[in-house]
Design a protein around this ligand. Structure first.
Ligand code: ZN
Length: 450
């Protein structure tokens, strides 16, 4: 349900691109300082041609662009489009499958679900659903795993392109320790990845990610060839899993006895560098964190998944103390239990309490937006509401459920309100999402007054 009249006018290209102004309570992290926050109760964001034109006090912005169309959001919060650094779209079909830890969970739920992606129609159906759900949850940038089938990545690229979402994805590469029908070979993984990269990388806002699932399912030869592909295309993202679960770490030790630790397996194959995004990274030594930071690599903290699968408690502030290391937030659906960054922040807060270094509301907002953008190497484009960036923003409604509405009525500050939204909110709190300047309203939410 986008505003199609304006889109048609814009797509005719026969006039100056139209300015649209969204007014509301602007809350956004800012680049340049780790604690920088812009908090404007009567704020506005002006958008034009898929970009943010200006952010400021509503009165000022409205005066500056007198001919603009105005979307008045009253007391609702305007925050940057959320960034999900780690999610598996094929696992939408088995989210919330209980009772097992990582390795058994993969075998019993994940691999059977991923096998269905040999069928193109299934790829398309799930990709369309997933892309709609990203928008409905306020996620405008996502780094996504497909399955081993090239058709799964193609389907997601197509669905993301149609919605102008900023999606980074790639075919999963696995040539051992998974069911036969889900395996490729080192050469096939290289060729299929390259073919997808050449076809999709840089189209619209799409990017390719070289995607070995994790060290146990790739032979050394496969990792070597994927390292070569990465060296040949240094601008692409690399995504994989690292030290999620203790049994997995022990297994990697047996499979790669010549490497001194888990991180060294990826290092040896040229897979640790800027724009390498490692999911989970819970059970790492300080030495490993140090080396990952020195390489300017990134970690995706996936708290709902880590609690659901009993994987462990990620120490966010400890990771942050390692120079150069970037940390973003991931839903890790289907190990994770919600696509909502608000739900992930709820659990991230609890995990941060468990490890004795709690995050505050503004740090949490930053984790789900600008920190994620930095983790993906996209901080120039997304992650904050600042002039020149992509026109991705979320309208959050702090009155979206009876308890939240009641609590919000007693909030004495923006931090308090934001924190309540993170603890009590979910996709119902997303009143609207602007994706590249196009407004989309989740089903059933049109018509609620500001
Ligand atoms: Zn994962």
């Amino acid at each position: 349900m986008t505003d199609s009249a304006q889109e048609r006018a814009e797509s005719r290209g026969d006039a100056e691109p139209h300015v649209r102004i969204v007014t509301g309570h602007v809350v956004t992290p800012l680049r340049g300082s780790p604690d920088g926050i812009l908090d404007l109760e009567r704020g506005a964001v002006a958008l034009r041609d898929g970009r943010i034109l200006a952010v400021g006090e509503a009165e000022e912005v409205l005066d500056r662009y007198p001919g603009a169309s105005v979307d008045r959001q009253g007391e609702r919060l305007l925050v940057p489009g959320f960034v999900d650094c780690h999610v598996h779209f094929p696992q939408m079909t088995m989210i919330a499958s209980p009772g097992l830890q990582l390795l058994e969970w993969l075998e019993n739920y994940t691999f059977p679900a991923e096998a269905r992606f040999a069928d193109r129609a299934h790829c398309e159906e799930v990709a369309e659903f997933f892309a709609d759900q990203l928008v409905a949850h306020g996620v405008t940038t996502a780094c996504v795993y497909a399955t081993v089938h090239p058709g799964s990545a193609e389907a997601l690229f197509r669905s993301a392109l149609a919605r102008d979402l900023r999606v980074i994805t790639g075919k999963v590469c696995m040539d051992r320790n998974a069911p036969e029908h889900l395996l490729d070979t080192p050469e096939r993984a290289y060729e299929q990845s390259l073919e997808l990269l050449e076809a999709w990388h840089g189209r619209g806002r799409l990017e390719y990610a070289v995607t070995p699932r994790f060290a146990p399912t790739s032979s050394p030869r496969q990792l070597e060839l994927l390292g070569r592909l990465t060296a040949e295309h240094p601008d692409v993202v690399v995504q994989t899993h690292l030290a999620e679960n203790r049994a997995e770490c022990d297994w990697v030790g047996e499979l790669f006895p010549e490497d001194r630790d888990y991180t060294a397996v990826y290092e040896r194959h040229g897979l640790v560098r800027r724009r390498s995004v490692f999911g989970h990274a819970i059970h790492l030594s300080d030495g490993e964190l140090e080396r990952l930071g020195a390489a300017q690599a990134s970690l995706a903290h996936c708290p709902t998944s880590n609690l659901f699968l009993g994987s462990g408690h990620f120490e966010l502030q400890r990771a942050r103390r390692h120079r150069g290391l970037r940390v973003g937030l991931g839903s890790d659906v289907g190990g994770g239990t919600s696509l909502s960054p608000l739900a992930s922040l709820n659990e991230a807060y609890k995990v941060s309490r468990m490890v004795g270094e709690p995050v505050d509301a503004f740090q949490a907002l930053r984790l789900a937006t600008l920190d994620g953008a930095e983790a993906l190497g996209l901080e120039d484009r997304v992650g904050s509401l600042e002039a020149g960036k992509d026109a991705d923003l979320v309208v959050l409604d702090p009155r979206s459920s009876p308890v939240l509405r009641h609590r919000a009525g007693y909030a004495g500050s923006t931090a308090e309100l934001l924190f309540a939204l993170m603890m009590l909110g979910d996709d119902r709190s997303v009143h609207a999402t602007y994706v590249s300047g196009r407004r989309s309203v989740p089903e059933g939410r049109e018509g609620c007054g500001p």
